[in-house]
Design a protein around this ligand. Structure first.
Ligand code: GDP
Ligand code: IMO
Ligand code: MG
Length: 424
């Protein structure tokens, strides 16, 4: 029963793209189950860099079916651009499928995302402004437009009329923005529909058949556990569930069909956008991580905030997703630190020590990290391909993480390249 979920165990950008690409070589299907083009998944293969936003990270293997599942939100224009760019680079896309039930990000969602962020001013969330939140809002309000609506122009216009009746009032009265004409929006979307028509399909059925035939299916998460709308640092989260459980609803399969969950974590922590981050560094160590790790957002180009690894948050991620193994990325970035720090617990404002992630935001916002210091290593590890190649302090660091999280570390990233990895 070979279905594996790959989740981000932190605040996103853990290196999920690289891990999925690596495992996709041995898989038949790769499916995205949530999020949209707020994601930016990087693959560096044979010196070429691919930044994928909606297209699953298995696309570089021509035989692999790549599914954009029903739980995602799809911006048709952005998807057309991504398809065109990949095709122009010689990547075949005939095995791409988009769920007919996936909700679409419409131009008004993007406008509203930006307008709400501007209005919030210093209280803004720092979203990617791709319309993700407003699109999921409409899905829950049952006024969303779905990929299948692109196949029926009459229904599309009717649904746009209903959705825009309210939206136009909000755009005009609250945000002083232009009203949108449903016919004009429909016309633009129908242009994309021509391009996307061959890809729209019953993707839950494709996944079911693949699993029934004993094929290997990867379920690719976007964002990360701490950005989960239920379990993350709400309201500084995304509008979907990146944790593993959402792979079931987001692709359309039962939990009994999933047999492993890989949690992807950096050897340190980064976060883009606003919100609490206990181990954040505002010093030379943080700058060093940012520079050596090239920590700039794949989607928005924003500088990522950096800090030491947080084992409290990592154990929380392992628990929430039932992580069965970890992929530890970017260990190479920590070469050259005299000592590496790991946050092993939180100290509350009242002086209490917490080993579990606190549910209450006020407690969490007041937490400071309790660190354990381990010896650093100066060696360049980018050529290491087995555990025994690693300098002893790096191995000690890896062992400490694995024993604290109580799960084996299956992969260790030692560089950006596809083959810069240690499989344990
Ligand atoms: P994702 O959103 O989780 O797929 O991660 P991103 O692609 O947004 O960010 C991760 C960045 O780290 C990308 O630029 C990757 O190429 C890079 N990366 C992934 N693994 C490693 C690694 O082990 N070492 C180094 N140096 N870079 C890595
Ligand atoms: P990948 O898949 C890192 C962050 C945004 C913001 C918050 C809400 O590449 O790991 P949204 O646009 O989703 O409403 O923004 O979530 N965010 C990400 N941070 N990696 C991502 O995706 C992210 N997608 C959204 O910066 O703080
Ligand atoms: Mg990313």
């Amino acid at each position: 029963m070979p279905a594996t979920v790959i989740i981000g165990a932190q605040w996103g950008d853990e290196g999920k793209g690289k891990v999925v690409d690596l495992l996709a070589e041995r898989s038949d299907v790769v499916a995205r189950y949530q999020g949209g083009n707020n994601a930016g998944h990087t693959i560096v293969a044979d010196g070429e860099t691919f930044k994928l936003h909606l297209v699953p990270s298995g696309i570089l293997y021509p035989g692999t079916t790549c599914i954009i599942g029903n739980g995602t939100v799809v911006d048709p224009g952005a998807l057309c651009t991504e398809i065109d760019e990949l095709e122009a680079r010689g990547v075949p896309l005939d095995a791409l499928r988009v769920s007919g039930n996936a909700h679409l990000i419409m131009p008004y969602h993007v406008m509203l995302d930006g307008a709400v962020e501007r209005k919030l001013g210093r209280f803004s969330l720092g979203t990617t402004r791709r319309g993700i939140g407003p699109a999921y809002q409409d899905k829950a309000a049952r006024v969303g437009i779905r990929a299948q609506d692109l196949l029926d122009p009459k229904i599309l216009v009717r649904k746009l009329e209903i959705a825009l009746a309210d939206k136009n009032e909000v755009l005009e009265r609250l945000f002083d923005m232009p009203r949108l004409d449903p016919e004009a929006v429909a016309e633009e979307q129908l242009g994309y529909a021509e391009r996307l028509r061959p890809f729209i399909d019953d993707t839950a059925l494709i996944v079911d058949r693949a699993l029934a035939a004993g094929k290997h299916v990867l379920l690719e998460g976007a964002q990360g556990t701490m950005l989960d709308i239920d379990h993350g640092t709400y309201p500084f989260v995304t509008s979907s569930n990146p944790i593993a459980g959402a792979a079931c609803t987001g692709v359309g399969l039962g939990p009994t069909r999933i047999d492993s969950v890989i949690g992807v974590t950096k050897a340190y922590v980064t976060r883009v956008g606003e919100g609490p981050f206990p181990t954040e560094l505002d010093d030379a160590d943080g700058t060093r991580m940012m520079e050596r790790g090239a920590e700039f957002g794949t989607t928005t180009g924003r500088q990522r905030r950096c800090g030491w690894l947080d084992l409290v948050a990592l154990r929380y991620a392992v628990r929430l997703s039932g992580v069965s193994e970890l992929a530890l990325t970017k260990l190479d970035v920590l070469s050259g630190f005299e000592r590496v720090r790991i946050c092993v617990a939180y100290r509350t404002r009242e002086g209490e020590t917490l080993s579990e992630f606190p549910y209450h935001q006020t407690v969490f916002h007041g937490c400071t990290p309790v660190y354990e210091d381990l010896p650093g290593w100066s060696e360049d590890i980018t050529e290491c391909r087995s555990l025994s190649d690693l300098p002893p302090p790096a191995r000690e660091y890896v062992d400490r993480i694995s024993s604290s999280a109580d799960v084996p570390i299956r992969l260790i990233g030692t560089g950006q390249g596809r083959h810069q990895v240690i499989e344990t």
